[in-house]
Design a protein around this ligand. Structure first.
Ligand SMILES: Cc1cc2nc3c(=O)[nH]c(=O)nc-3n(C[C@H](O)[C@H](O)[C@H](O)COP(=O)(O)OP(=O)(O)OC[C@H]3O[C@@H](n4cnc5c(N)ncnc54)[C@H](O)[C@@H]3O)c2cc1C
Length: 464
Protein backbone atom coordinates (compact mmCIF):
# COMPACT_ATOMS: atom_id res chain seq x y z
CA UNK A 1 0.00 0.00 0.00
CA UNK A 2 1.24 3.49 -0.75
CA UNK A 3 0.42 6.76 0.86
CA UNK A 4 -2.03 7.82 -1.82
CA UNK A 5 -4.05 4.59 -1.34
CA UNK A 6 -4.73 5.43 2.29
CA UNK A 7 -7.95 7.11 3.41
CA UNK A 8 -7.41 10.24 5.53
CA UNK A 9 -7.75 8.43 8.88
CA UNK A 10 -5.40 5.72 7.66
CA UNK A 11 -2.93 8.41 6.74
CA UNK A 12 -3.00 9.81 10.27
CA UNK A 13 -2.57 6.31 11.70
CA UNK A 14 0.34 5.60 9.40
CA UNK A 15 2.03 8.82 10.41
CA UNK A 16 1.27 8.31 14.09
CA UNK A 17 3.36 5.15 13.79
CA UNK A 18 6.25 7.33 12.76
CA UNK A 19 6.40 8.80 16.27
CA UNK A 20 7.23 5.38 17.62
CA UNK A 21 10.18 5.14 15.24
CA UNK A 22 11.93 8.44 15.91
CA UNK A 23 13.00 10.30 19.03
CA UNK A 24 12.60 13.65 17.27
CA UNK A 25 9.39 15.67 17.43
CA UNK A 26 6.97 14.74 14.62
CA UNK A 27 4.27 17.19 13.56
CA UNK A 28 1.32 16.49 11.30
CA UNK A 29 -0.58 19.30 9.50
CA UNK A 30 -2.23 21.55 12.06
CA UNK A 31 -0.02 20.37 14.92
CA UNK A 32 2.49 22.51 16.77
CA UNK A 33 5.87 22.19 15.11
CA UNK A 34 4.47 21.74 11.59
CA UNK A 35 5.27 25.42 10.96
CA UNK A 36 8.98 24.51 11.12
CA UNK A 37 8.53 23.37 7.51
CA UNK A 38 7.93 26.98 6.43
CA UNK A 39 10.86 27.72 4.13
CA UNK A 40 12.92 30.90 3.82
CA UNK A 41 11.55 31.17 0.29
CA UNK A 42 7.92 31.40 1.33
CA UNK A 43 6.78 31.20 -2.30
CA UNK A 44 7.38 27.44 -2.24
CA UNK A 45 4.33 25.40 -1.25
CA UNK A 46 5.75 23.15 1.44
CA UNK A 47 2.90 20.98 2.71
CA UNK A 48 4.36 17.61 3.67
CA UNK A 49 2.44 14.73 5.22
CA UNK A 50 4.56 15.17 8.34
CA UNK A 51 7.53 17.12 9.60
CA UNK A 52 10.33 15.35 11.48
CA UNK A 53 12.39 17.90 13.39
CA UNK A 54 15.50 15.75 13.36
CA UNK A 55 18.02 15.93 16.18
CA UNK A 56 20.28 13.06 15.12
CA UNK A 57 21.34 10.88 12.23
CA UNK A 58 19.29 8.09 13.82
CA UNK A 59 16.12 10.15 13.46
CA UNK A 60 16.90 10.60 9.79
CA UNK A 61 17.70 6.93 9.19
CA UNK A 62 14.58 5.77 11.02
CA UNK A 63 12.42 8.22 9.09
CA UNK A 64 13.82 7.01 5.78
CA UNK A 65 13.30 3.34 6.69
CA UNK A 66 9.77 4.06 7.88
CA UNK A 67 8.95 6.01 4.72
CA UNK A 68 10.47 3.45 2.36
CA UNK A 69 8.43 0.64 3.91
CA UNK A 70 5.18 2.57 3.46
CA UNK A 71 5.55 4.25 0.10
CA UNK A 72 6.24 7.76 1.37
CA UNK A 73 8.90 9.98 -0.09
CA UNK A 74 11.36 11.88 2.07
CA UNK A 75 12.51 15.46 1.52
CA UNK A 76 15.10 17.40 3.48
CA UNK A 77 15.21 21.06 4.43
CA UNK A 78 17.62 23.07 6.53
CA UNK A 79 16.70 26.75 5.94
CA UNK A 80 14.45 26.64 2.88
CA UNK A 81 16.66 29.03 0.87
CA UNK A 82 16.43 26.55 -2.00
CA UNK A 83 12.91 25.37 -1.28
CA UNK A 84 10.72 23.67 -3.84
CA UNK A 85 7.18 22.40 -3.44
CA UNK A 86 6.79 19.50 -1.03
CA UNK A 87 3.54 17.57 -1.34
CA UNK A 88 1.49 15.43 1.00
CA UNK A 89 3.13 12.22 -0.27
CA UNK A 90 6.36 13.30 1.44
CA UNK A 91 7.70 13.31 4.96
CA UNK A 92 9.95 16.32 5.40
CA UNK A 93 13.08 15.98 7.52
CA UNK A 94 13.87 19.42 8.88
CA UNK A 95 17.51 19.56 10.03
CA UNK A 96 17.39 23.10 11.44
CA UNK A 97 18.09 21.90 15.01
CA UNK A 98 21.29 20.08 13.98
CA UNK A 99 23.63 23.07 14.00
CA UNK A 100 26.76 21.82 15.75
CA UNK A 101 30.06 23.02 14.26
CA UNK A 102 33.38 21.73 15.62
CA UNK A 103 36.55 23.44 14.46
CA UNK A 104 39.96 21.77 14.54
CA UNK A 105 42.27 24.80 14.32
CA UNK A 106 45.39 22.67 13.89
CA UNK A 107 44.08 20.54 11.05
CA UNK A 108 42.15 23.61 9.75
CA UNK A 109 38.94 21.67 9.34
CA UNK A 110 35.39 21.90 10.61
CA UNK A 111 32.84 19.19 11.14
CA UNK A 112 29.44 20.67 10.38
CA UNK A 113 26.09 19.11 11.20
CA UNK A 114 23.30 18.90 8.62
CA UNK A 115 21.34 21.96 9.70
CA UNK A 116 24.14 24.46 10.33
CA UNK A 117 24.22 27.65 8.30
CA UNK A 118 27.36 29.36 7.09
CA UNK A 119 26.87 31.89 9.89
CA UNK A 120 27.42 29.05 12.39
CA UNK A 121 30.69 28.19 10.61
CA UNK A 122 31.81 31.84 10.37
CA UNK A 123 31.21 32.27 14.11
CA UNK A 124 33.10 29.09 15.02
CA UNK A 125 36.07 29.63 12.68
CA UNK A 126 36.63 33.40 13.04
CA UNK A 127 38.45 33.21 16.42
CA UNK A 128 41.20 31.20 14.66
CA UNK A 129 41.41 33.51 11.62
CA UNK A 130 40.01 30.65 9.56
CA UNK A 131 37.43 30.86 6.80
CA UNK A 132 34.76 28.46 5.60
CA UNK A 133 34.06 29.03 1.92
CA UNK A 134 30.47 30.21 2.12
CA UNK A 135 28.23 31.74 -0.52
CA UNK A 136 26.91 35.25 -0.73
CA UNK A 137 24.49 34.82 2.17
CA UNK A 138 25.68 33.47 5.55
CA UNK A 139 22.09 32.45 6.29
CA UNK A 140 22.23 29.67 3.68
CA UNK A 141 22.66 26.07 4.86
CA UNK A 142 26.14 24.56 4.56
CA UNK A 143 25.04 21.16 3.29
CA UNK A 144 22.47 22.47 0.78
CA UNK A 145 25.09 24.86 -0.58
CA UNK A 146 27.88 22.29 -0.83
CA UNK A 147 25.75 19.55 -2.38
CA UNK A 148 25.02 22.07 -5.15
CA UNK A 149 28.74 22.85 -5.63
CA UNK A 150 28.86 26.28 -4.02
CA UNK A 151 29.90 29.51 -5.71
CA UNK A 152 31.08 32.03 -3.13
CA UNK A 153 32.16 35.69 -3.19
CA UNK A 154 35.83 34.54 -3.52
CA UNK A 155 35.06 31.96 -6.20
CA UNK A 156 37.68 33.07 -8.74
CA UNK A 157 40.39 32.93 -6.09
CA UNK A 158 39.49 29.74 -4.23
CA UNK A 159 37.32 27.87 -6.75
CA UNK A 160 34.30 25.73 -6.02
CA UNK A 161 33.51 25.42 -2.31
CA UNK A 162 32.64 21.72 -2.66
CA UNK A 163 36.27 21.10 -3.67
CA UNK A 164 37.11 21.74 0.00
CA UNK A 165 34.88 18.96 1.35
CA UNK A 166 36.89 16.21 3.07
CA UNK A 167 34.05 13.78 3.78
CA UNK A 168 30.33 13.38 4.27
CA UNK A 169 28.30 11.23 6.59
CA UNK A 170 24.95 10.37 5.14
CA UNK A 171 21.83 8.26 5.27
CA UNK A 172 21.02 6.52 1.99
CA UNK A 173 17.59 5.66 0.60
CA UNK A 174 17.70 2.34 2.41
CA UNK A 175 18.34 4.06 5.74
CA UNK A 176 21.95 2.89 5.82
CA UNK A 177 24.62 5.11 7.47
CA UNK A 178 27.62 5.62 5.19
CA UNK A 179 30.73 7.74 5.14
CA UNK A 180 31.84 9.13 1.80
CA UNK A 181 35.37 10.42 1.20
CA UNK A 182 37.99 10.06 -1.52
CA UNK A 183 38.92 6.68 0.04
CA UNK A 184 35.55 5.40 1.19
CA UNK A 185 32.46 5.16 -1.04
CA UNK A 186 34.30 7.40 -3.46
CA UNK A 187 31.45 7.29 -5.97
CA UNK A 188 29.13 8.84 -3.39
CA UNK A 189 31.79 11.41 -2.54
CA UNK A 190 31.81 12.31 -6.24
CA UNK A 191 28.01 12.50 -6.54
CA UNK A 192 27.23 14.34 -3.31
CA UNK A 193 29.30 17.29 -4.49
CA UNK A 194 26.88 18.63 -7.10
CA UNK A 195 24.06 16.07 -7.01
CA UNK A 196 22.05 17.81 -4.26
CA UNK A 197 19.95 15.24 -2.35
CA UNK A 198 19.91 12.64 -5.15
CA UNK A 199 22.02 10.15 -3.21
CA UNK A 200 21.01 10.63 0.39
CA UNK A 201 20.54 12.94 3.32
CA UNK A 202 23.85 14.27 4.55
CA UNK A 203 23.99 14.22 8.34
CA UNK A 204 27.36 15.95 8.64
CA UNK A 205 30.17 17.21 6.45
CA UNK A 206 33.84 17.78 7.12
CA UNK A 207 35.29 20.80 5.33
CA UNK A 208 38.67 22.46 5.01
CA UNK A 209 39.03 25.97 6.38
CA UNK A 210 41.37 28.48 4.78
CA UNK A 211 43.59 30.98 6.55
CA UNK A 212 41.78 34.13 5.41
CA UNK A 213 41.37 36.39 8.44
CA UNK A 214 40.57 39.44 6.29
CA UNK A 215 39.73 40.41 2.74
CA UNK A 216 39.35 43.66 0.82
CA UNK A 217 35.78 43.91 -0.31
CA UNK A 218 32.23 45.09 -0.14
CA UNK A 219 30.20 46.86 -2.80
CA UNK A 220 30.24 50.16 -4.64
CA UNK A 221 26.69 51.30 -5.33
CA UNK A 222 25.72 53.71 -8.11
CA UNK A 223 22.50 55.47 -8.95
CA UNK A 224 20.29 53.82 -11.58
CA UNK A 225 20.81 56.84 -13.85
CA UNK A 226 24.43 55.68 -14.23
CA UNK A 227 23.51 52.04 -14.93
CA UNK A 228 24.50 52.01 -18.60
CA UNK A 229 27.95 53.51 -18.09
CA UNK A 230 28.63 51.35 -15.01
CA UNK A 231 27.58 48.03 -16.57
CA UNK A 232 29.43 48.76 -19.83
CA UNK A 233 32.61 49.63 -17.94
CA UNK A 234 32.25 46.63 -15.58
CA UNK A 235 32.15 44.25 -18.56
CA UNK A 236 35.34 45.81 -19.99
CA UNK A 237 37.09 45.94 -16.61
CA UNK A 238 36.40 42.25 -15.88
CA UNK A 239 38.48 41.22 -18.87
CA UNK A 240 41.77 42.15 -17.16
CA UNK A 241 41.09 41.08 -13.59
CA UNK A 242 43.49 38.60 -11.95
CA UNK A 243 42.32 35.55 -9.99
CA UNK A 244 42.89 37.34 -6.71
CA UNK A 245 39.71 39.30 -7.45
CA UNK A 246 36.09 38.12 -7.66
CA UNK A 247 33.27 40.43 -8.68
CA UNK A 248 29.63 40.59 -9.66
CA UNK A 249 27.27 43.36 -10.67
CA UNK A 250 23.63 43.72 -9.73
CA UNK A 251 20.88 45.86 -11.19
CA UNK A 252 18.66 46.19 -8.19
CA UNK A 253 15.42 47.69 -6.98
CA UNK A 254 15.42 47.07 -3.25
CA UNK A 255 12.25 47.77 -1.28
CA UNK A 256 12.32 50.35 1.52
CA UNK A 257 12.47 47.75 4.28
CA UNK A 258 14.35 47.73 7.57
CA UNK A 259 17.97 46.77 6.93
CA UNK A 260 18.11 48.27 3.43
CA UNK A 261 20.47 51.30 3.59
CA UNK A 262 18.71 54.59 2.88
CA UNK A 263 20.63 55.40 -0.35
CA UNK A 264 19.50 52.07 -1.84
CA UNK A 265 15.93 51.80 -0.60
CA UNK A 266 13.02 52.19 -3.00
CA UNK A 267 15.08 53.15 -6.02
CA UNK A 268 17.05 51.69 -8.90
CA UNK A 269 20.73 51.22 -8.09
CA UNK A 270 23.67 49.28 -9.47
CA UNK A 271 25.96 47.35 -7.13
CA UNK A 272 29.49 46.44 -8.11
CA UNK A 273 30.42 43.70 -5.67
CA UNK A 274 34.11 43.14 -5.08
CA UNK A 275 36.27 40.77 -3.04
CA UNK A 276 40.06 40.63 -3.21
CA UNK A 277 42.55 38.64 -1.19
CA UNK A 278 46.32 38.92 -0.87
CA UNK A 279 47.82 42.39 -1.25
CA UNK A 280 45.05 44.81 -0.18
CA UNK A 281 46.79 47.83 -1.71
CA UNK A 282 46.74 46.00 -5.03
CA UNK A 283 43.07 45.15 -4.44
CA UNK A 284 42.35 48.86 -3.97
CA UNK A 285 44.33 49.80 -7.07
CA UNK A 286 42.45 47.28 -9.20
CA UNK A 287 39.08 48.62 -8.03
CA UNK A 288 39.97 52.28 -8.62
CA UNK A 289 38.82 52.45 -12.28
CA UNK A 290 35.38 51.10 -11.36
CA UNK A 291 35.05 53.49 -8.43
CA UNK A 292 35.74 56.37 -10.80
CA UNK A 293 33.13 55.48 -13.43
CA UNK A 294 30.44 57.58 -11.75
CA UNK A 295 29.76 59.04 -8.32
CA UNK A 296 28.86 56.22 -5.91
CA UNK A 297 25.79 56.66 -3.71
CA UNK A 298 27.35 54.27 -1.20
CA UNK A 299 30.76 52.60 -1.00
CA UNK A 300 31.25 49.81 1.55
CA UNK A 301 34.53 48.42 0.18
CA UNK A 302 37.19 48.22 2.89
CA UNK A 303 39.49 45.73 4.59
CA UNK A 304 36.99 43.55 6.44
CA UNK A 305 37.25 40.51 8.68
CA UNK A 306 36.26 37.38 6.76
CA UNK A 307 33.32 36.98 9.14
CA UNK A 308 31.78 39.97 7.29
CA UNK A 309 31.95 38.33 3.87
CA UNK A 310 28.15 38.68 3.67
CA UNK A 311 28.68 42.43 3.13
CA UNK A 312 29.84 41.80 -0.44
CA UNK A 313 26.38 40.85 -1.72
CA UNK A 314 24.35 42.16 1.23
CA UNK A 315 21.65 39.60 0.47
CA UNK A 316 18.22 39.83 2.11
CA UNK A 317 18.07 38.11 5.47
CA UNK A 318 14.36 37.81 6.19
CA UNK A 319 12.18 35.21 4.46
CA UNK A 320 10.60 36.37 1.22
CA UNK A 321 8.58 34.95 -1.68
CA UNK A 322 11.24 34.59 -4.36
CA UNK A 323 11.21 33.64 -7.98
CA UNK A 324 14.61 32.75 -9.42
CA UNK A 325 15.72 32.23 -12.98
CA UNK A 326 19.24 31.69 -14.18
CA UNK A 327 21.51 31.05 -17.11
CA UNK A 328 25.23 30.68 -17.71
CA UNK A 329 27.06 32.75 -20.31
CA UNK A 330 30.06 31.75 -22.42
CA UNK A 331 31.01 35.41 -22.77
CA UNK A 332 29.83 38.91 -21.94
CA UNK A 333 30.20 41.10 -25.01
CA UNK A 334 29.29 44.74 -25.56
CA UNK A 335 26.12 43.48 -27.30
CA UNK A 336 25.24 41.24 -24.32
CA UNK A 337 25.45 44.29 -22.07
CA UNK A 338 23.05 46.25 -24.28
CA UNK A 339 20.56 43.35 -24.24
CA UNK A 340 20.81 43.24 -20.46
CA UNK A 341 20.28 46.96 -20.11
CA UNK A 342 17.30 46.88 -22.49
CA UNK A 343 15.69 44.07 -20.52
CA UNK A 344 16.66 44.94 -16.96
CA UNK A 345 18.03 48.49 -16.93
CA UNK A 346 16.35 51.48 -15.26
CA UNK A 347 14.28 52.37 -18.35
CA UNK A 348 13.24 48.81 -19.16
CA UNK A 349 10.14 48.53 -16.97
CA UNK A 350 11.83 45.64 -15.16
CA UNK A 351 10.07 44.57 -11.97
CA UNK A 352 12.90 42.31 -10.78
CA UNK A 353 14.40 42.92 -7.37
CA UNK A 354 17.87 41.87 -8.52
CA UNK A 355 19.39 40.98 -11.86
CA UNK A 356 22.92 39.87 -11.11
CA UNK A 357 25.88 38.84 -13.23
CA UNK A 358 28.68 37.01 -11.45
CA UNK A 359 32.06 36.73 -13.08
CA UNK A 360 33.26 33.13 -12.94
CA UNK A 361 36.49 31.63 -14.30
CA UNK A 362 39.79 31.72 -12.42
CA UNK A 363 40.18 28.87 -9.94
CA UNK A 364 36.60 27.71 -10.57
CA UNK A 365 37.55 26.65 -14.07
CA UNK A 366 40.07 24.11 -12.75
CA UNK A 367 38.87 20.68 -11.66
CA UNK A 368 39.35 20.12 -7.92
CA UNK A 369 41.68 17.49 -6.44
CA UNK A 370 38.83 14.98 -6.65
CA UNK A 371 36.32 15.04 -9.49
CA UNK A 372 32.74 15.89 -8.61
CA UNK A 373 29.27 15.92 -10.15
CA UNK A 374 29.43 19.71 -10.49
CA UNK A 375 29.31 20.66 -14.19
CA UNK A 376 29.89 23.85 -16.23
CA UNK A 377 33.24 24.90 -14.78
CA UNK A 378 33.96 26.53 -18.14
CA UNK A 379 31.14 29.11 -17.86
CA UNK A 380 32.38 32.70 -17.91
CA UNK A 381 29.46 34.44 -16.18
CA UNK A 382 26.36 33.40 -14.23
CA UNK A 383 23.20 35.48 -14.60
CA UNK A 384 20.57 35.26 -11.86
CA UNK A 385 17.21 36.99 -11.95
CA UNK A 386 15.44 37.29 -8.62
CA UNK A 387 11.99 38.76 -8.21
CA UNK A 388 9.31 38.87 -5.55
CA UNK A 389 6.37 36.59 -6.28
CA UNK A 390 3.67 38.84 -4.88
CA UNK A 391 0.90 40.94 -6.38
CA UNK A 392 0.73 43.10 -8.38
CA UNK A 393 3.96 42.19 -10.20
CA UNK A 394 4.16 38.40 -9.71
CA UNK A 395 3.14 37.57 -13.30
CA UNK A 396 5.52 40.14 -14.73
CA UNK A 397 8.39 38.77 -12.58
CA UNK A 398 8.05 35.33 -14.17
CA UNK A 399 7.37 36.62 -17.69
CA UNK A 400 10.25 39.11 -17.71
CA UNK A 401 12.71 36.62 -16.22
CA UNK A 402 11.91 34.13 -18.99
CA UNK A 403 12.20 36.84 -21.63
CA UNK A 404 15.59 37.98 -20.31
CA UNK A 405 17.01 34.46 -20.39
CA UNK A 406 15.71 34.00 -23.94
CA UNK A 407 17.20 37.34 -24.96
CA UNK A 408 20.60 36.18 -23.66
CA UNK A 409 20.43 32.80 -25.38
CA UNK A 410 22.92 33.63 -28.12
CA UNK A 411 25.64 34.03 -25.45
CA UNK A 412 24.34 31.34 -23.14
CA UNK A 413 25.88 27.90 -22.82
CA UNK A 414 22.38 26.58 -22.09
CA UNK A 415 23.72 25.33 -18.77
CA UNK A 416 22.65 26.06 -15.23
CA UNK A 417 24.23 25.59 -11.80
CA UNK A 418 22.20 23.45 -9.40
CA UNK A 419 22.22 26.02 -6.59
CA UNK A 420 20.89 28.79 -8.80
CA UNK A 421 18.24 26.66 -10.48
CA UNK A 422 15.87 25.18 -7.92
CA UNK A 423 13.12 23.94 -10.22
CA UNK A 424 10.76 21.01 -10.56
CA UNK A 425 10.96 21.36 -14.34
CA UNK A 426 11.75 17.97 -15.88
CA UNK A 427 14.30 19.57 -18.21
CA UNK A 428 16.33 20.94 -15.33
CA UNK A 429 18.72 17.98 -15.03
CA UNK A 430 19.72 18.33 -18.68
CA UNK A 431 20.70 21.94 -18.11
CA UNK A 432 22.52 21.33 -14.82
CA UNK A 433 24.49 18.18 -15.69
CA UNK A 434 26.22 16.80 -18.76
CA UNK A 435 25.04 13.45 -20.07
CA UNK A 436 27.68 11.34 -18.37
CA UNK A 437 27.12 12.98 -14.97
CA UNK A 438 23.36 12.54 -15.29
CA UNK A 439 23.82 8.90 -16.10
CA UNK A 440 26.11 8.20 -13.14
CA UNK A 441 23.99 10.14 -10.67
CA UNK A 442 20.90 8.22 -11.80
CA UNK A 443 22.76 4.90 -11.66
CA UNK A 444 24.03 5.61 -8.14
CA UNK A 445 20.53 6.65 -7.09
CA UNK A 446 19.18 3.29 -8.30
CA UNK A 447 21.75 1.55 -6.14
CA UNK A 448 21.49 3.66 -2.97
CA UNK A 449 17.80 4.54 -3.16
CA UNK A 450 16.16 1.60 -4.92
CA UNK A 451 12.65 2.48 -3.70
CA UNK A 452 12.97 6.09 -4.88
CA UNK A 453 12.39 7.51 -1.40
CA UNK A 454 14.25 10.70 -2.29
CA UNK A 455 12.28 11.45 -5.48
CA UNK A 456 11.52 14.95 -4.22
CA UNK A 457 12.99 18.30 -5.28
CA UNK A 458 16.25 18.47 -7.19
CA UNK A 459 17.15 14.83 -7.72
CA UNK A 460 18.39 12.97 -10.78
CA UNK A 461 16.78 9.62 -11.66
CA UNK A 462 16.43 7.53 -14.81
CA UNK A 463 13.22 8.48 -16.64
CA UNK A 464 10.97 5.38 -16.87
C1 LIG B 1 19.69 34.71 -0.64
C2 LIG B 1 20.38 33.52 -1.29
C3 LIG B 1 21.72 33.60 -1.59
C4 LIG B 1 22.38 32.50 -2.19
N1 LIG B 1 23.70 32.62 -2.52
C5 LIG B 1 24.33 31.58 -3.12
C6 LIG B 1 25.68 31.69 -3.51
O1 LIG B 1 26.32 32.72 -3.33
N2 LIG B 1 26.26 30.62 -4.10
C7 LIG B 1 25.59 29.44 -4.30
O2 LIG B 1 26.21 28.48 -4.80
N3 LIG B 1 24.31 29.32 -3.95
C8 LIG B 1 23.66 30.37 -3.39
N4 LIG B 1 22.34 30.26 -3.06
C9 LIG B 1 21.65 29.01 -3.35
C10 LIG B 1 21.78 28.07 -2.16
O3 LIG B 1 23.12 27.63 -2.03
C11 LIG B 1 20.89 26.85 -2.40
O4 LIG B 1 19.55 27.27 -2.50
C12 LIG B 1 21.03 25.82 -1.28
O5 LIG B 1 20.42 24.65 -1.68
C13 LIG B 1 20.40 26.31 -0.01
O6 LIG B 1 20.57 25.36 0.99
P1 LIG B 1 19.69 25.45 2.32
O7 LIG B 1 19.96 24.27 3.11
O8 LIG B 1 19.90 26.79 2.91
O9 LIG B 1 18.22 25.44 1.71
P2 LIG B 1 17.11 24.27 1.79
O10 LIG B 1 15.97 24.84 0.99
O11 LIG B 1 16.85 23.88 3.18
O12 LIG B 1 17.73 23.09 1.01
C14 LIG B 1 17.78 23.15 -0.40
C15 LIG B 1 18.16 21.82 -0.95
O13 LIG B 1 19.48 21.47 -0.53
C16 LIG B 1 19.57 20.06 -0.39
N5 LIG B 1 19.85 19.72 1.01
C17 LIG B 1 19.64 20.47 2.11
N6 LIG B 1 20.01 19.78 3.20
C18 LIG B 1 20.46 18.59 2.78
C19 LIG B 1 20.98 17.43 3.43
N7 LIG B 1 21.13 17.37 4.76
N8 LIG B 1 21.36 16.39 2.67
C20 LIG B 1 21.25 16.42 1.32
N9 LIG B 1 20.75 17.49 0.66
C21 LIG B 1 20.37 18.55 1.37
C22 LIG B 1 18.22 19.49 -0.78
O14 LIG B 1 18.23 19.21 -2.17
C23 LIG B 1 17.30 20.65 -0.49
O15 LIG B 1 16.09 20.58 -1.23
C24 LIG B 1 21.66 31.33 -2.48
C25 LIG B 1 20.29 31.25 -2.20
C26 LIG B 1 19.65 32.35 -1.61
C27 LIG B 1 18.17 32.27 -1.35
Amino acid sequence: MTLTDLPHDGLDDALDGLRAHVVAPVALPGEAGYERATPWNVAATVEPAAVVLATSAYDISNTVRYAAARGFRVGVQATGHGALAVASDTILVVTAEMTRVTVDPVARTARVAAGATWQHVLDAAAPYGLAGLCGSSPGVGVVGFLTGGGIGPLVRTVGLSADYVRSFELVTGTGEFLRASPDENAELFWGLRGGKSTLGIVTSVEIELLQIPEFYGGAVYFDGADAAVVVREWARWCADLPESVSTSIALQQLPPLPGVPEPLAGRFTVAVRYAATGDFAEGERLLAPMRAVATPVLDTVAVLPYSEIGAVHADPVDPMPCYEHHTLLRELTADTVEVLLNAAGPDSGSVQTIVEIRMLGGALAREGRHRSAFCHRDAAFAVAVIGVLAPPTADAVVRQAGALVVALSQWSSGGQIANFAPSEDAGRAVRVYDEETRHWLAALAERHDPAGVFRCGQVVRFVR
